[in-house]
Design a binder for this molecule. Structure first.
Ligand code: ADP
Length: 565
């Protein structure tokens, strides 16, 4: 167990970078604000880096050139002054030449502004006892390259320089320049090479200070740019967000929402046009709603108004129908026609009133625990005569475990009657199977016929009011075209569903699914109910996968109750 936990923990740690990356990508995709700020930071950093590097290099190069010219000029002045001293001297012995050397070096260090000096006698001149010895400041030890020396020896009239690293007091090195030139000593002593070392640490420090200041300035500039972008983008994005959320609310039916209009800029004009659109939408929907209410009221009023004359006609018709034996042939037939059409008219009025009650939202369910198997058995019993007349055998298949469902039995009976009536009507005298089943949350009832069936387009329209696949078809029950529309309203009032499967020549399945209790109903309202019965039949008549069992094979045969009507 502990090992499993550990491996899960390791797995989730390994997952972490992937999840982080996914989070970053989704934020990047979803937030315009984040994208704009990051792009601004990226591009301005790049631009500042390029400009900064360019400035830094050109300043460094200028600074070095400036220092070098200064150093070369100073060295030149010092060498000229020293040569003047040497030329005007008449020293000829070792002691006075030694003094002359010291005086020359003092002048050189004074004029050149550096005491880092080295002076070497030309190695090609040969040993001479009166020649003053070479001198070398410790700072220049090992710094003067043989290249520099040989160049100076080859062209003693010129001045040569080289960049070097000079040791400093802390043991590290500073950048420096060594300038070499030649001095001619009197009394046949010959030529000396004079090297002057200059430390450029100060210039280096100036450059470093400038670079640090530049870097800090660049970081501050980038931060400032990001903050400005954030503020500017927020200023634009906030109204867009408000517009998006307002349109979502409008789409969800909250027609009263509007965007606050501020200022006169483009965003204000967007808000104004959005609000204008919402106003006209609201006005139009209100108009349509009023029209719809008026239409519903009209249908309801007309149906109510027609009831009284219809009752009188019905009474008179019943009297005539009762005496039809006494009338001559054609008159008797007319009386019979009057009777059936009056009955149909009454049913139509009843259906219209029911539909207008649904439209007005004045339907309340009178629920009670109801056994759907018994209810289906009763309906089959009632319609037994009609089924036999049409040559159809109706079977009830109900696998075990039939608990009561909390439904309005009058409405459910109406649905079952209508579905069974339609199946008999369109069943072509073939068998009809009514199946009932349940699960933990729902009960379902399906009616399967093997009649004409319908095309996919017809099946889609089957719940429309007054829609009929073939209005000219001979009708036995005399339906009104409102039966399935009312059945659907009844199912929806229970938070249930009414589904249809149909195929031309293979018959149809109508399946009613209802939540079992008011609690399941509330949950179903949000998520929809899972039906315990399949919609598409798996029997030899149906297309699709080959049949594995006979009609309604939901549980093994021994658990199934079969009632023949
Ligand atoms: P009515 O039966 O009164 O005409 P319904 O709303 O009950 O009205 O049905 C509408 C139409 O749907 C029917 O006219 C018929 O064309 C078609 N229909 C309904 N049930 C079936 C079925 N089991 N098989 C074929 N067609 C059907």
């Amino acid at each position: 167990m502990a090992a499993a936990d550990e491996s899960r923990a390791t797995g989730s740690w390994r997952e972490l970078p992937r999840r982080l990356w996914a989070g970053v990508r989704s934020t990047w995709r979803r937030s315009l604000q984040v994208r704009t700020v990051f792009i601004t930071i990226g591009l301005s950093t790049l631009a500042i880096l390029v400009i900064g590097l360019y400035i830094s290099f050109s300043v460094a190069s200028n600074l070095f050139q400036d220092q070098r010219s200064r150093v070369l000029a100073a060295s030149n002045n010092a060498t000229t002054a020293a040569q003047l001293i040497l030329d005007s001297s008449d020293a000829a012995d070792r002691g006075s030449l030694q003094l002359l050397m010291q005086a020359t070096l003092d002048t050189v260090t004074n004029i050149a502004g550096t005491d880092v000096v080295a002076i070497f006698r030309d190695p090609a001149a040969g040993a001479l006892s009166i020649a003053p010895p070479d001198q070398l400041s410790p700072d220049l030890a090992g710094v003067i390259s043989s290249d520099l020396r040989s160049q100076l020896q080859a062209h003693p009239e010129s001045q040569y320089w080289q960049s070097v690293a000079l040791e400093n007091a802390t043991g590290g090195t500073d950048p420096g320049i060594v300038v070499g030139s030649a001095l001619q000593f009197p009394a046949g002593v010959g030529r000396y090479e004079l090297y002057l070392g200059y430390n450029l640490a100060e210039a280096q420090q100036t450059l470093a200070f400038m670079q640090v200041t530049g870097t800090v300035g660049a970081i501050a500039l980038i931060a400032l740019l990001s903050a400005i972008t954030l503020v500017v983008v927020r200023g634009v994005i906030e109204p867009i967000r408000t517009t998006a959320s307002t349109s979502r609310r409008l789409a969800a039916g909250d027609l009263g929402v509007r965007i606050p209009e501020r200022g006169e800029d483009e965003l204000a004009s967007l808000a104004a046009s959005f609000n204008g659109m919402a106003d006209s939408l609201q006005a139009r929907i209100r108009e349509l709603a009023e029209l719809s209410v008026m239409q519903q009221r009209f249908v309801s009023d007309v149906s109510h108004e027609l009831r009284t004359p219809l009752t009188t006609i019905r009474l008179a018709g019943d009297v005539l129908y009762g005496q039809r034996e006494d009338f001559a042939g054609p008159t008797a037939r007319t009386v019979e026609l009057l009777h059936t059409q009056t009955e149909r008219f009454e049913r139509l009025l009843g259906d219209l009133l029911e539909i207008s009650r649904y439209d007005a939202g004045s339907v309340t369910l009178a629920t009670e625990p109801t056994n759907l198997v018994h209810l289906a058995g009763d309906v089959i019993e009632e319609m037994h005569g009609l089924a036999r007349e049409r040559g159809s055998e109706v079977r009830l298949e109900a696998p075990g475990g039939h608990l009561d469902a909390d439904v309005d039995p009058r409405r459910i009976r109406r649905i079952v009657t209508n579905l069974l009536g339609n199946a008999i009507e369109h069943g072509e005298g073939r068998p009809i199977v009514v199946a009932v089943d349940s699960n933990a949350t729902a009960v379902a009832l399906s009616v399967r016929d093997y009649g004409l069936g319908m095309t996919a387009e017809a099946a889609e329209r089957v719940f429309d009011r007054f829609w009929r696949a073939d209005p000219s078809r001979v009708r036995t029950i005399g339906g009104t075209g409102l039966g399935l529309a009312i059945s659907l309203e009844d199912a929806v009032a229970h938070e249930g569903r009414l589904d249809v499967w149909s195929h031309p020549g293979q018959g149809s399945v109508f399946r009613l699914t209802l939540p079992r209790s008011s609690k399941a109903r509330t949950e179903a309202g949000a998520a929809g109910v899972e039906s315990p019965l399949p919609l598409e039949p798996h029997d030899p008549e149906a297309s699709g996968p080959p049949p594995t069992a006979s009609v309604g094979a939901i549980l093994p045969d021994d658990e199934r109750e079969v009632h023949d009507a």
